[in-house]
Design a protein around this ligand. Structure first.
Ligand code: CND
Ligand code: ZN
Ligand code: ZN
Length: 360
């Protein structure tokens, strides 16, 4: 029985208020309008950015269906949709690509300006995806068709964590062969930065985390040294400067804290270092910086979604995964049925998981 054109009743995890668990509710998903695509979700990862909303660090109108790291199959499409059709395997894009705005036409920029409005209402980017639901509707510019043979319970990580980390190394920082890197934060995104640094040929990759249980996996994926700031009496950037003759070539903050963003910046070499902000800072917190930190030659930058133009790059990243150019399996420590979403968030908060994939 075809569901096309009809309202679909299904289960979704609704966040009613911050600092509360998700509740699995019956919701109604309207058919896709013109330029929209309705997707049957198959798998979704749980990223710290979702938890920033739950924790109240990132404001968004509630109640809401969160989730931005999913993969699924197109159920039906609205009028004028040309890039996907029912039955296609797809990844929703939390950082869409309209193809026509100033940023989409810019050779490097990827933060499509069209994403800031949705039906005339201001919304946060991950709300373009809402993957914590059996069905979701997204704009055509926020969905990419991928290889029909790809395993959705793995490539969902290409929807955020993997691409964000990997691209931050290979595309944003442009890590060079033989270079020295430091990665602050060894969650799913930080470990993907390490995979990117290794792929780019970095000679040394210094992994930094206050949870030493993360070190084994970091080493498995390419870290050459692992250090815990709690083991030192001096600031960790001084330790890294001493280890690296004045600082690393490339440093990455992949935690989402103001203090570690400064440590990461100071860990990069004052004259030639490049420091990339990947973590999402708590809202309304700012850093004050002595311009001398940049005057001597450092570069400080940041990017969302690894700097990738999403609709163009996601199918290519999936193809690269299918060609064994990088692994995703080591990032997936837990697989749970969608209904156990609160357990998945507890695993993330307790530091026991890297990525939990929820399956529908
Ligand atoms: P996750 O929570 O899995 O990893 C963070 C890691 O940082 C953990 O291993 C912690 O132990 C570690 N950590 C926490 N505090 C400290 C500290 N003071 N010093 C050293 N290490 C510490 O998070 P994730 O990997 O899912 O995400 C990481 C960040 O990236 C997070 O802020 C998330 O919101 C952000 C992000 C950014 C983007 C983007 O497009 N730029 C996309 N998705 C996620
Ligand atoms: Zn994310
Ligand atoms: Zn655009």
């Amino acid at each position: 029985m075809s569901t096309a054109g009809k309202v679909i009743k299904c289960k979704a995890a609704v966040l009613w208020e911050t600092k509360k668990p998700f509740s699995i509710e019956d919701i109604e998903v309207a058919p896709p309008k013109a330029h929209e695509v309705r997707i049957k979700m198959v798998a979704t990862g749980v990223c710290r950015s979702d938890d920033h909303v739950v924790a109240g660090n990132h404001h968004t109108p509630l109640p809401a269906v969160l989730g931005h790291e999913g993969a699924g199959i197109v159920e039906s499409v609205g009028e004028e949709v040309t890039s996907v059709k029912p039955g296609d395997k797809v990844i929703p894009l939390f950082c869409p690509q309209c193809g026509n705005c100033r940023i989409c036409k810019h050779p490097e920029g990827n933060l499509c300006v069209k994403r800031f409005t949705c039906k005339g209402k201001s919304i946060y980017n991950f709300m373009c995806t809402s993957t914590f639901s059996q069905y979701t509707v997204v704009d055509e510019m926020a969905v990419a068709k991928i290889d029909g043979a790809s395993p959705l319970d793995k490539v969902c990580l290409i929807g955020c964590g993997f691409s964000t980390g990997y691209g931050s190394a290979v595309k944003v920082a442009k890590v060079t062969p033989g270079s020295t890197c430091a990665v602050f934060g060894l969650g799913g995104v930080g470990l993907s930065v390490i995979i990117g640094c290794k792929t780019a040929g970095a000679a040394r990759i210094i992994a930094v985390d206050i949870n030493k249980d993360k070190f084994a996996k970091a080493k498995e994926l390419g870290a050459t040294e692992c250090i815990n700031p709690l083991d030192y009496s001096k600031p960790i950037h001084e330790v890294i400067q001493e280890m690296t003759d004045g600082g690393v070539d490339f440093s990455f903050e992949v935690i989402g804290r103001i203090d570690t963003m400064m440590s990461s910046l100071l860990s990069s070499h004052a004259a030639c270092g490049v420091s990339v902000v990947v973590g999402v800072p708590p809202h309304s917190q700012s850093l004050s910086v002595n311009p001398l930190l940049l005057l001597l030659g450092r570069t400080w930058k940041g990017a969302i979604f690894g700097g990738y133009k999403s609709k163009d790059s996601v199918p290519k990243l999936v193809a690269d995964f299918m060609a064994n150019k990088f692994p995703l399996e080591p990032l997936i420590t837990h697989v749970l049925p969608f209904e156990k979403i609160n357990e998945a968030f507890e695993l993330l908060r307790s530091g026991k998981s890297i990525r939990t994939v929820l399956t529908f």
